[in-house]
Design a protein around this ligand. Structure first.
Ligand SMILES: NC(=O)c1ccc[n+]([C@@H]2O[C@H](COP(=O)([O-])OP(=O)(O)OC[C@H]3O[C@@H](n4cnc5c(N)ncnc54)[C@H](O)[C@@H]3O)[C@@H](O)[C@H]2O)c1
Length: 361
């Protein structure tokens, strides 16, 4: 195995698929073999662009012995059915965020990966960047002292046209939510990764601007398992969109990130670092994703396969952000009442309550 390339398939050939194709091509250990979509034109286009074959019949891709791993790039609420089919066919899996949109379906994919002895890795590309890693290390090594606050502000912009660009977008059934489940999950994953798990939450979710089913704005109060508190603000309806701001404060220091830039690094006994934010990111443009993080995800899964180890973001890690989002939705449905984690499957449901009438303006 060590000298052979890992054959890769891509399931779903929409906006994010070329990033996976770039990431596979950037890895010497991997080779893009075949892509699949229900829409032939999309599969054909991706195959032409990346010089591989395409199919519109999933069984064909799953029966292809030249493929050992697949990227799942379908609408979010379809990830688990494709992942389980891939696991049953013995293919390792790199799955886009969110792993799926219910905890029950996520657990079914984790169980299938275990049962069929394949690796299941989640995509959260921000975790692969050096700056967030440096922040996490400082926090985890106690450099900030006792953690007091872990805040995340995601003030993003998504246009009306964006929501119209796919029928599944901003639906409870297939996107599983809005600003939180689709866009905000990145900052939420990062906050949890740096601060540790959340124990309880109270939240409001609202649909304030866009004519969509799901929330476009949410505010949540968090209490982490380590006792620190935090605020999570997430919207896709403000102009101009800003890069995600993550602010971690302890009694001995504070670190603030904007996107992928450090805007404050103030720790007792260390020289303070500040810098202007230059990273444009996906604050307003959902297509501005670069392949650097995905390249690292593909490399990591290849190594996990070759060395038979867990991927860096295994299923149970990628599940955490969905559980917190579900807790926020439950609290919002309960009018802002406190919700304790972990959740049970019965706690699942949409995040907007009471049902809203459409604003007049
Ligand atoms: N990591 C990131 O930053 C990032 C960025 C964008 C999207 N994503 C994730 O990638 C996934 C796909 O998002 P996208 O923006 O590429 O979506 P998209 O709508 O552009 O693409 C989805 C593709 O899946 C295909 N598909 C396959 N099987 C299908 C089926 N049974 N029904 C309907 N469509 C089917 C569609 O035809 C389409 O080509 C989502 O889960 C999203 O959250 C992640």
């Amino acid at each position: 195995m060590a000298n052979e390339k890992i054959g890769w398939g891509i399931i779903g050939c929409g906006v994010i698929a070329p990033i996976h194709a770039d990431a596979v091509q950037a890895n010497e250990q991997a080779e893009l073999v075949q892509v699949y979509d229900i829409v032939e034109e999309r599969a054909n286009k991706l195959a032409e662009d990346y010089d591989c074959s395409y199919v519109t019949n999933l069984e064909e891709l799953l029966a292809n012995d030249d493929i050992q791993a697949v990227s799942i790039c379908t609408p979010s609420g379809m990830h688990s059915e494709y992942a389980i089919a891939a696991a049953q066919a013995g293919k390792h899996i790199l799955c886009e965020k969110p792993l799926d949109i219910t905890l029950e379906k996520i657990d079914a994919m984790i169980e299938a990966a275990e049962a069929y002895d394949v690796k299941l890795a989640g995509v959260f590309q921000y975790r692969t960047y050096p700056i967030p890693q440096k922040v996490r290390e400082a926090v985890r090594n106690g450099k900030l002292g006792k953690l007091v606050l872990g805040d995340c502000y995601q003030k993003l912009f998504r246009s009306h046209e964006y929501y119209g660009s796919g029928e599944w977008r901003a639906t409870w059934e297939l996107d599983g939510g809005g600003a939180l489940m689709n866009q905000g999950i990145h900052g939420i994953d990062l906050l949890l990764w740096i601060m540790g798990n959340v124990a309880r939450v109270s939240a409001y979710c609202r649909r304030l601007v866009r004519n969509i089913e799901v929330e476009d704005t949410s505010v949540a109060n968090l209490e982490f398992a380590n006792g620190a508190l935090g605020t999570l603000v997430t919207t896709t309806s403000v102009t101009p969109g800003e890069n995600i701001r993550t602010e971690i404060h302890g009694d001995k220091g504070s670190i603030k990130l904007q996107g992928n830039d450090i805007v404050q690094w103030a720790i007792e006994g260390e020289e303070e670092v500040t810098g202007e934010s230059t990273d444009e990111g996906t604050a307003s443009d959902p297509t501005a994703v670069t392949a650097a993080g995905h390249t690292e995800h593909v490399r990591d899964l290849c190594e996990a396969i070759i060395n038979d180890r867990e991927p860096t973001i295994p299923g149970h890690e990628a599940r955490k952000s969905v559980e917190l989002i579900k807790a926020i939705y439950l609290s919002s449905r309960l009018g802002g009442n406190t919700v304790e984690l972990p959740l049970s499957y019965e706690d699942d449901g949409p995040g907007i309550y009471p049902p809203q009438t459409w604003p007049e303006w």
